[in-house]
Design a protein around this ligand. Sequence first.
Ligand code: SF4
Length: 189
Amino acid sequence: MDLGKRVAAWPVLRQLRTGDRLGLGEAVKSDSSAALRPRTEDADAVVDSICPFCAVGCAQRIFVKDDEILHIEGDPASPISRGRLCPRGSSTKDLVTSDRREYTVRYRRPGAAEWENLDLDTAMDMIADRIIATRDDTWQELDENRHRVNRTLGFGTLGGAALDNEENYLIKKLFTALGAVQIENQARI
Ligand code: SF4
């Protein structure tokens, strides 16, 4: 670009020449910005949803093309989030599309150096067997003062902020019914 064109392209001159004194419109357009298109332009559907990460429940608009997610953004109609998403909510497209997403249960046996893949039924049976065995081995009817406690200190639960209210309700019910007393959630810290 010659010197005359470069000077003419200078932002302050463009703002004065176009009357766009605050540089919010015409003065800040360039050939490359004029060629930009919204990433949602090709979407054939928009699906209303809720961010799955935490109990705030920010509303999302999911733009879809050919049953594939194009983009996820905040829903301005939500009285809770008013179109905003925090960095975690803004990245939820990766939960579905990331090539690092795991589709099998990954398990490393005690002492092993390698991970192995388990099917979900096998993994669930292993977890249930260990809970039952630990509960049997560590069950306390009475504490050291002979007070009835009916509990186990052999296991507990620490939930994450991605759990919603309903999941936390069920986890609390389940672990209390099993006799656990160490029931906590990371979102309370
Ligand atoms: S993780 Fe962020 S975007 Fe998602 S519900 Fe919570 S605050 Fe909203």
